[in-house]
Design a binder for this molecule. Structure first.
Ligand SMILES: [Zn+2]
Length: 126
């Protein structure tokens, strides 16, 4: 017991954030597994019927669904990387600090988005 947690967070608060990040990480991993299974299922079924993507309307739909799933998988992987970075920051004690302006990120924002790297002001477009 050192008293202070990383980045001035109390040990209890740091543990709660780690739990939230871990839970979201597991959820994201499950999502990637489910999406990958769906993606592979489409690839397999389309291979069996040997559709022609360009002329068969069914083939175009399959290609579209595959592209959508691929995008969702990419998105989930990106989110997973963000969560891993947030866990790293938590270990290093820089968690909860805006990486652009250096000010603390509001607790409400972190509760909604535990992997947030910027404060709400810096995250706002424009
Ligand atoms: Zn900021």
């Amino acid at each position: 017991m050192t008293g202070d947690g990383p980045g001035g967070l109390s040990p209890g608060a740091a543990a709660a954030i780690r739990d939230a990040l871990d839970a979201e990480r597991q959820e994201t991993l499950d999502r990637i597994t489910a999406l990958s299974r769906e993606f592979n299922g489409i690839v397999e079924s389309s291979a069996m019927v040997a559709t022609d993507d360009e002329h068969d309307p069914e083939g175009a739909t399959i290609a579209f669904e595959r592209a959508q799933l691929a995008a969702l998988i990419d998105q989930a992987r990106g989110h997973l990387a963000e969560l891993d970075e947030a866990l790293d920051r938590l270990r290093q004690g820089s968690y909860g600090r805006c990486e652009r302006c250096g000010r603390p990120i509001a607790a409400g924002r972190l509760a909604a988005r535990p992997a947030a790297r910027t404060c709400i002001t810096c995250a706002a477009p424009g």
